[in-house]
Design a protein around this ligand. Structure first.
Ligand SMILES: Cc1cc2nc3c(=O)[nH]c(=O)nc-3n(C[C@H](O)[C@H](O)[C@H](O)COP(=O)(O)O)c2cc1C
Length: 331
């Protein structure tokens, strides 16, 4: 039986964290996936500069359902004062935790020295962390990669600075920024980080099945695991890991038809909350993932990509479920 992850005075149980994913982990998604066994969810990353202007789109990104608490709101930027201001805003808007992003490798972020580009200057990282910790009365956490490139693996240096600055937990996605998503996450670095700091460490990268998750936790000694891509279209993975953490056999994954039924629940929730124009493009990605391993998935995905109306996309999923459950198919 694993223990809860403690971030300041917040107990996170189960110690399973949904990774922040831009364009994905909005409030609807977090609330839908939380009951599968997430102890903590993180918003999409939000630009600290954008928070100065508070546009409707930006404010939507930090919005919460309330169902998915505790919520960590993630900020990016390279200016300590702008980050401190943004931290105060998101705290006032209900963030339980403020998370600092030192991991994003996307050029649109790194060209302004944000995200993983901060790792090129550990002193700057420290200034940002100190400013954010001083700005809010809730725990501050930080998520990073190993470093900018393999010649500059700064994660231990930045982690020690984080600890001294009063940051209360660290997440390491064990790739360099230059790697983007290539190669594989190197969990040896996560194990070394865990041995090197006293604050809790959350391990992240390439966890695709429940037994692998448990092996990663045991081998690295991390306090919690963060799951990103593998949960998309498969939130049941979260429940399986929770089962193992509680010493139970994991529940089997659902049938393709059951998975698609949940895809419709997901679709309708997105539609209700975001309207058709925004739900349809986002749900193309999600439904494509729920269709994994469904016979004829490639052709179904192709049809889905051409549908612009939610009711047509839902009808396609319903039709697929009927086909999967038809006696002819079962035979
Ligand atoms: C579509 C997508 C969007 C992401 N957006 C963010 C983000 O906003 N903030 C962040 O810290 N990481 C972001 N990440 C990285 C993930 O949080 C995570 O570190 C990475 O996917 C590795 O974990 P995984 O192998 O379990 O997916 C994103 C990843 C993906 C696939």
């Amino acid at each position: 039986m694993m223990e809860a992850l403690r971030i300041g005075d917040i107990a996170v149980w189960p110690p399973i964290v949904l990774a922040p994913m831009s364009g994905v982990t909005n409030r609807t998604m977090r609330a839908l996936y939380k009951p599968f066994g997430l102890g903590l969810t993180v918003t999409e990353f939000v630009s600290s500069n954008a928070l100065r202007y508070g546009s409707k789109r930006t404010m939507e990104m930090i919005d919460q359902h309330g169902l998915e608490k505790p919520v960590s709101t993630q900020l990016w930027g390279d200016d300590p004062q702008a980050m401190a201001y943004a931290a105060r805003v998101v705290r006032e808007c209900g963030a339980d935790i403020v998370d600092i992003n030192f991991g994003c490798p996307a050029p649109k972020v790194t060209k302004t020295n944000g995200g993983s580009a901060c790792l090129r200057d550990p002193e700057r990282c420290e200034e940002i962390m100190r400013a954010v910790v001083a700005a809010v009365d809730c725990p501050v956490t930080m998520k990073m990669r190993l470093g900018w490139n393999e010649d500059h693996l700064v994660y231990l240096d930045v982690a020690r600075r984080a600890q001294q600055a009063g940051v209360q937990a660290l997440t390491l996605h064990a790739r360099t920024a230059k790697q983007f998503y290539k190669g594989s996450a190197d969990w040896e670095h996560i194990a070394l980080l865990k041995r090197s700091v006293d604050i809790p460490v959350i391990g992240n990268g390439d966890v695709r099945d429940a037994y692998l998750a448990m092996r990663r936790i045991q081998e690295s000694g991390v306090d919690a695991i963060m799951l990103g891509r593998a949960t998309l279209g498969n939130p049941w993975l979260i429940s399986q890991i929770r089962d193992l953490m509680q010493g139970r056999e994991p529940q089997p994954l659902p049938s393709a038809a059951e998975r698609l039924r949940f895809a419709i629940v997901h679709y309708r929730a997105m539609l209700d909350e975001w309207g058709e124009a925004r739900a349809v493009p986002q749900m193309r990605k999600h439904v494509a993932l729920y269709l994994k391993n469904v016979p004829g998935a490639a052709a179904l995905r192709e049809r889905l990509m051409r549908l612009d109306r939610a009711q047509d996309a839902i009808a396609l999923v319903e039709e697929t479920i009927s086909h999967l459950e038809s006696p002819a198919f079962a035979a």
